[in-house]
Design a protein around this ligand. Structure first.
Ligand code: PMP
Length: 456
């Protein structure tokens, strides 16, 4: 009864993110009631392994008492303090300093947001301000990658390259440009890493030439493209792009909202290629999803120009909840957990996950298995040689998600027929094996789908 009335209230009043309003009215909500470790329980009592850590965020897993305590203790002592008027709170200061300490190179300055989209927005604001301060206001064109995701705010959605985030929303703006992704499995130049890197470099240079180097402000990339389908660039790709940006005198913004905090192994995935970008954006794993928080890490050379440009004038960019003490206290405790074995456990579990998923490669529907650490995807096709995506008629995103749910597994089901994995880093090897086993069942059931059969 309780769940029925909740479903009805939800239908009538709650707008869900990234949903079909009509589809949701028809299908209703599945209410998640509680969770512990990597296991969710819904109101019907079904237990599910969360192979997606909520939305690539609950890295520490659910029910971590020390995080709950950190939040409660901070709420009791000081639930809110503004950063305006030169005020501040201890957790925000300590968290900024710990992030700066762990960040590569001179990324010494931290601006807190509520999540990833407003972190990306903040980089755009800061970069425009920086170029104004340098007397180069015409340097206001931004480039990002096809299949990239940089948020769902208006500016962020324009940098995002997924069509569903553009259609009907009036974005991208005419100052937001795209170049092709490295997408190894479907790259027109083939899978050779050197050829892919050369093609990306050539395209970036051509785009900068077309727009005029004096007009291009920045290039944005994720170390692994997450929402675009977990697309892993060839080794050396990020470093090559970072060097090209420096040479072309454009800023390099690395969006680590998904890849940060152990998802691929280290705290920052950029460090795997020894890159020092001009900005890093983070969110999600920063608090492990226990409280909303994002951050912009800004290089000192950018910070100094902005600071000089403004002098004693106020820089008009500020959110009410920037540096929220409760979120920051949660972030501090989550960082402690990473150091206290969570990153290490995630590395072990990540090796197991990748090995397990590679074991699915012999399945008739599996075209590609890719990923790094606890971030992975399996891309499905109806014809391996021709790499034919699943037919739209088979509603891959919805039906695959539903099959996984019925098998007690949460995954991300991509629109063209891909299964995305980002389990909590606290998973045991047994839980990882179970996720892979359940995923195999999902593949078998997908193979039995008449709409798939018809396409094979
Ligand atoms: N950047 C990247 C790379 C992301 O994956 C996301 C969210 N999935 C965002 C930005 C936006 O973050 P948020 O949803 O917290 O606004």
């Amino acid at each position: 009864m309780i769940s029925n009335s909740l479903v009805e209230l939800d239908r009538q009043h709650l707008i869900h993110p990234l949903s079909s309003f009509r589809g949701h009215e028809r299908d209703g909500v599945r209410v998640i009631q509680s969770a512990k470790g990597a296991t969710l329980t819904d109101v019907m009592g079904h237990r599910l392994l969360d192979g997606f850590a909520g939305l690539w965020c609950v890295n520490a897993g659910y029910g971590q008492e020390s995080i709950v305590e950190a939040a409660a203790e901070q709420m009791r002592r000081l639930p809110y303090a503004t950063g305006y008027f030169d005020l501040g709170s201890e957790p925000a200061i300590r968290l900024a300093s710990q992030l700066a300490e762990r960040a590569p190179g001179d990324l010494d300055h931290v601006y807190f947001t509520l999540g990833g989209s407003d972190a990306v927005d903040s980089t755009v604001r800061f970069i425009r301000y920086y170029n104004h301060a340098r007397g180069m206001p015409e340097k206001d064109q931004f480039i990002s990658l096809a299949q990239g995701f940089h948020g769902s705010s208006t500016v962020g959605a324009g940098l995002t390259a997924l069509p569903g985030f553009h259609a009907g929303f009036g974005v991208p703006f005419d100052w937001q440009h795209k170049i092709s992704s490295h997408y190894v499995y479907r790259n027109p130049v083939g899978p050779d890493p050197d050829a892919i890197i050369a093609a990306s470099l050539a395209e970036l240079r051509a785009k900068v030439d077309e727009l005029g180097a004096e007009r291009v402000a920045a290039f944005y990339a994720e170390p692994i493209q997450g929402s675009g389908g977990v697309l892993v660039p060839p080794p050396g790709w990020m470093k090559a792009m970072a060097e090209a940006c420096r040479e072309l005198e454009i800023l390099f913004v690395v969006d680590e909202v998904i890849t940060g905090f152990g998802r691929t192994g280290p705290i920052f995935a950029s460090s795997e290629e020894d890159i020092v970008p001009d900005f890093i954006t983070v969110a999600k794993g920063l608090t492990s999803g226990y409280a909303p928080l994002g951050a912009v890490l800004m290089a000192d050379h950018v910070y100094q120009v902005i600071a000089e440009g403004a002098g004693d004038g106020l820089i008009g960019h500020g959110y009410t909840y920037s540096g929220h003490p409760v979120s920051a206290a949660v972030g501090l405790e989550v960082l402690r957990l990473y150091d206290d074995g969570l990153l290490e456990n995630g590395r072990r579990a990540g090796e197991r996950l990748m090995a397990g998923l590679h074991g699915l490669a012999d399945h008739p529907l599996v075209g590609d298995v890719r990923g790094r650490g606890m971030l992975a995807a399996v891309e499905l096709v109806t014809d391996k040689a021709a790499k034919t995506p699943l037919p739209a008629a088979s509603q891959p995103s919805k039906r695959i998600f539903d099959r996984a749910y019925r098998n007690g597994l949460i995954i991300r089901a991509f629109g063209n027929g891909g299964l995305g994995f980002a389990p909590p880093l606290c998973c045991s090897l047994g839980e990882i094996d179970e996720m892979v086993e359940r995923a195999r069942r999902v593949l078998d059931e997908t193979l039995d789908d008449p709409d798939i059969r018809a396409a094979m």
